[in-house]
Design a protein around this ligand. Structure first.
Ligand code: CUA
Length: 349
């Protein structure tokens, strides 16, 4: 009896928690996540293969349905009363026999067309020009993406997290690695899917021909928060990309006011530095995302929350409210310390 009374309350509590979470997440405005909205040559090739496959499969589906309707229409067993007409059993019928032979032949031919089209697409992707490419190492973690841009010289290298800025019109070569379990990188508007496997290195290349934000997603189940391991490619015009990259190469900005200075002291005096790095300070841990330029990102927690002070504070206070199972522990701070910390992190553009 008691359990029956508690049940509606439990349901209501779950529903309100779910709607609060959905509201938070709905305020993240993602970029396009659409394999048919292609923004580069690699995705366009894959799109053509998709169109051919859909066309052939639709034609085969319609042909099978037509054959079925025709067979039903020709069937002699149209009446419920009286015994079924079994006169065709055991009699060789040339028409249906030829129909089956033709269907098998056409099916094999169409499957061969799809195989050839797949191989041609794969070769075209492998042959795409990679001159003057931007080289980036991507490491999958539970549940975020570490990005290491590799330049001509070591001084050109820099790190980023979850938001992959690329210049429009230039090829991008990604080296894919994983830190813990298998992940899979998928940005459907730009390229196909590729797995990130611990102990191995894979490569993937694409080019973005139109500026914009293209959403990506981990496409291989990698644990509790797999669905919230999002990713974004931001294709900038070349000058804007160069300016962004120049900013990323700089160490973190110095705190501009007393609140931000206090925020830095809170950061350096708390458990944050056990996992996170901020270039230019003593924080150099690499377990969690690099925060040197966290204020410049549009989302936090791998695309889960908008990067605004209120959300950042709630995330730091208890990440498990948003991503149960995440490695980051809850942090208990006074509200003044939390405000200072959030102000400092927000200033790191
Ligand atoms: Cu990483 Cu799923």
């Amino acid at each position: 009896m008691r359990r029956q009374r508690l049940f509606p309350f439990a349901l209501a509590a779950i529903a309100s928690a779910a709607s609060a979470l959905a509201e938070q997440r709905a305020s993240v405005v993602p970029g396009a996540h659409d394999a048919l909205l292609t923004a580069g040559p690699q995705a366009a090739r894959i799109g053509e293969l998709w169109n051919l496959t859909v066309f052939i499969c639709t034609a085969v589906f319609c042909a099978v349905l037509l054959g079925l309707v025709f067979a039903l229409w020709r069937s002699g067993r149209r009446h419920d009363d009286g015994p079924p007409d079994l006169s065709s059993v055991g009699r060789h019928e040339r028409g249906p026999f030829l129909g089956v032979v033709w269907s098998v032949g056409v099916s094999i031919a169409l499957l061969l067309v799809l195989v050839v089209a797949s191989v041609v697409t794969d070769r075209a992707l492998a042959r795409a020009s990679l001159d003057n490419a931007v080289n980036i190492d991507v490491t999958g973690h539970q549940w975020w993406w570490e990005l290491s841009y590799r330049g001509e010289s070591p001084s050109d290298n820099f790190n980023a997290v979850n938001e992959l800025h690329v210049p429009v019109g230039r090829p991008v070569v990604l080296r894919l690695m994983a830190d813990d379990v298998i992940h899979s990188l998928w940005v459907p508007s730009l390229a196909g899917k590729k797995d990130l496997i611990p102990g191995r290195t894979a490569t993937m290349s694409f080019r973005a021909d139109r500026p914009g934000r293209y959403r990506g997603q981990c496409a291989e189940f990698c644990g509790y928060q797999h669905a919230f391991m999002a990713f974004e490619v931001i294709a900038d015009p070349p000058a804007q990309y160069d300016a962004w990259a120049a900013t990323q190469r700089q160490p973190a900005a110095e705190p501009a006011d007393a609140t931000a200075r206090r925020g830095r002291d809170v950061f350096l005096g708390s458990a944050c530095i056990m996992c996170h790095a901020i270039e230019g300070t003593i924080a150099g841990a690499r377990k969690g995302p690099d925060l040197s330029h966290v204020g410049g990102r549009s989302t936090i927690a791998a695309g889960t929350l908008p990067n605004r002070p209120a959300e950042l504070a709630r995330w730091i206070a208890n990440p498990h409210d948003f991503k149960p199972g995440v490695n980051m522990p809850a942090t208990s701070l006074s509200s003044a310390d939390m405000n200072a910390l959030v102000s400092y992190l927000g200033s790191l553009k």
